[in-house]
Structures are given as C-alpha cells and as structure tokens.
Design a protein around this ligand. Structure first.
Ligand code: PMP
Length: 412
C-alpha cells in the first residue's frame, strides 16, 4: 500500500506534485481574468474581442437549424470525418476566394475554431525549448498555447506596416548565431490583434523571402481578413507561397464564434499530420456546428452579412478614433482599416498594467499591452482598445472615462 506523504501537494491542491512540467506554466491570461469585472453592466468594456452578433438574423437561423436537424439530423448529430465535413471543406475555398486565395478542399482541415489549429500546429512542430518567432506584440491566445508547449518565444518588432523585414531578418540571424533553429514564424498579416495594423503589400514577398532563405514555416493567422472597412483585400501569404504557409481561417468573426468552427489549409504532408493530431485530440470537429455553418453558407446571403459586419465595425472604429481625438490627445494611436482593435500608446512614464485597476474603478476596461508580449515589462506603455462590441455612444463614453484616468495618472 502506498503511504500518503503529507508533504506532497497542499491543502488547496493535493495534486500539486503530480502535474506535468507544462502545467505549471498555465496561468489565467490577463484578458481572461478581466472578463468577470469587465462584464459588469456598468463597466464599458473596451477589453474583450467578442464579435458583435446583434445583426445576425436569429429567427431565420433558428428555423434553418431546425430544418437541418429534421432533414439531416442522422449525420449532423453523429460523429463525423476527422478532417471535417466534406461539403464544408468544399465551401471553405469559396470563402477564401473572396481574398483571392486558391485552396483545394483536400488541403482543408476543419478545427474547433482557429484556436485549435494553432494548438495542433504547435503540438506538431514544438518540442520543449524550440523557438517560435512571433510579431511583437502578438495574439495573447496563441502565446498561451506556445507557452503550454514550453516553446522559447522570440518576437520581432512591427510598425504601422506590420512586421519590419530588416528586424525580422536580424532577429533570425541573431538566433541562428546562437545555434538556435526557428520552427515557425507565427504572423497576423491583416488587422493585427492587438496592434490593428496590416502588413503592407510591399513587405509580404519580403517576409516570405526571408522565411524561405532560413527554412522557416509560416503560420498565417487570418481571422479578420474579410473585415476590411473599405471592402479591399490583401494578398495572402498563402497565395504568394502555398508550400511554405499553413493558413488559418475562422468563422468566428465573419459569422459567429459559438459554433467553434475554424480551419487550416496546409501543404499536403503537414495537412495529413494535422488531421491525425486533430483526430487524436477530438475525434472530429463538432458535426452540428459544421452542418449549421454549411447550411448557412448554402441558404443565406453570407457575403451580404460580411458587408453588414464591415459597416457596423467601421462605425464603431470611427466612434473610437473620434473619441480618442477628442479626449485623449496626450496619447498616440493608429487608425485600423479593418478588424477590431486600436493600439493606444500612453504618454511617457504611464503604465497600462498598473493603471488598469483605476480604470475599472472608473468603469472602463481595456487590456494592458503587457498581455501581448512573451515576457519582461514590454507593452506597459500600450493598451489594446476593442471597438467591436459596445455601441458607438458607449465607446465614446468609455474613452472619455479612460481619458480621466490617464489625465489623473499624468497629474493633469
Ligand atoms: N487568432 C486570432 C488572431 C484571434 O484574435 C482569435 C480570436 N480572438 C483566434 C485566433 C481564435 O479564434 P477562433 O478560435 O474563435 O477561431
């Protein structure tokens, strides 16, 4: 009989000594821990990146779903294909064609949101200590995955035109001089989360050329690409270098995140491994989610819905940048041409992380820039403001409240 060692674990968690090393790194992200306070009704939350679903035709969707279950319930409520539902894998290239990407249904792997696609890619390529290169800053949800796999996360700076090719090359060369091998470059070319910027057309082939020369796979994460406020599109890295890029897409921002349906398009050998890794993890993505989305794409004006989302988010972007100009002239910010986020630079000496509790007391929430960096104190001089969810009048009020906190910290 095994004796219980009273020294093991502690009262809060008797299994503390049993976790795998990777579990010790798991922490609630800065955005997650804010959710509870930020969702109080009196707080204007400029923190979360929740898509705004108020314009979705809920009654029509409910009827279509009911019809779909009646007609196809035997398949929609059953386990399905590990790579994803064949019909939806044919429809996804139609969505991608809007951005000029030519994808083969055979190369599509449907995932539980693009978040799972990031997870699978990381599982496939990263042993503990392996280097992943990202932009600085980058999407906090991917940083969480990368640290779970105990990656060594290195970041290359961006400016108003996205990642800076010279800096990317320098970062890679520096790592290679130390004998480090970079497994992939995780890149958000369109309407960056959190920085709101878009990689310029000029830089796209340069980024590809650099990664090719150093034999670095590119992970192109593009959930916001179709949300350009002027309806323009940008050349996908996938289009420029199909064999060097794993492309990630999602229905979360162009339809609804609750279905949890995203996808990857990968070169055939990688696609096969992704399919096997996904099957091992989840057997198959949600059949009912895939059937619902497939039904939506077949029966609704989804292109028109994307147009409507663009108009709605553009109005909110306008409300935010107008309010920033009116109330926060002491800060800097970019004017995003699509997506959900504005990246606000604070005046010298102010600290976004430290200021956050005062902002919440003043009934406004944001995400401190620190959440989007791999470590150290980087990002303290920035905050991410999301304009996707609140009404324009609330965005204005939120920015006004925030300006009071900034002014107080500046001792104005
Ligand atoms: N990538 C980026 C850049 C995101 O902003 C998000 C969601 N906020 C995701 C991936 C994950 O989205 P989903 O899993 O809903 O497709």
């Amino acid at each position: 009989m095994t004796e219980t060692n009273p020294q093991r674990g502690n009262r809060l968690d008797p299994w503390l000594d049993s976790y795998a090393t990777r579990a010790y790194g798991l922490r609630e992200s800065e955005t997650r821990s804010l959710f509870a306070v930020a969702s109080r009704p009196e707080v204007v939350s400029l923190a979360g990146g929740m898509p705004n679903l108020k314009d979705l035709p809920l009654d029509a969707l409910a009827e279509a779903t009911a019809r779909m279950i009646r007609k196809d319930g035997g398949r929609a409520l059953q386990y399905g294909n590990g790579q994803g539902m064949p019909r939806l894998r044919e429809q996804i290239p139609e969505v991608m064609a809007l951005e000029g990407i030519d994808a083969d249904p055979e190369d599509v792997v449907i995932t539980t949101g693009s978040q799972q696609a990031v997870d699978i890619v990381t599982e496939l390529f990263i042993d503990p200590g392996d280097v992943i290169l990202t932009e600085a800053p980058t999407y906090v949800g991917s940083l969480s995955i990368f640290s779970t796999y105990q990656a060594d996360i290195q970041q290359a700076p961006i400016d108003a035109d996205g990642v800076i090719p010279e800096a990317l090359e320098e970062t890679i060369a520096g790592l290679e001089r130390q004998g480090r091998r970079i497994k992939f470059f995780y890149c958000l070319p369109n309407f960056h989360n959190p920085a709101g910027v878009t990689l310029s057309e000029e830089r796209r082939p340069q980024v590809i050329d650099i990664c090719r020369r150093h034999h670095i796979l590119i992970i192109e994460d593009n959930p916001y690409g179709l949300l350009d406020f002027q309806g323009r599109t940008h050349t996908a890295l996938k289009t420029l270098a199909p064999d060097d890029v794993v492309y990630l897409g999602s229905f979360s921002k162009i339809f609804a995140p609750g279905y949890r349906v995203g996808w990857a398009v990968a070169p055939p050998a990688v696609r096969e491994k992704m399919k096997l890794a996904s099957e091992a993890a989840i057997l198959c993505p949600s059949s009912v989610g895939q059937f619902s989305i497939s039904t939506y794409l077949d029966n609704f004006d989804w292109r028109g819905q994307i147009e409507a989302f663009r108009t709605m988010y553009r109005r909110r972007r306008d409300a935010m940048v107008e309010a920033l100009a009116e109330f926060m002239p002491m800060c800097t910010w970019n004017v995003p041409e699509g997506g959900f986020y504005v990246w606000v630079g604070l005046p010298d000496g102010l600290d976004a992380k430290e200021m956050l509790p005062r902002a919440v007391t003043n009934l406004v929430a944001y995400v401190s820039g620190t959440a989007f960096y791999a470590g150290g104190s980087a990002g303290r001089d920035h905050m991410r403001l999301s304009f996707c969810y609140p009404e324009p009048v609330d965005i204005r009020e939120g920015v006004r409240r925030l300006s009071e906190v900034v002014a107080h910290d500046l001792d104005l």
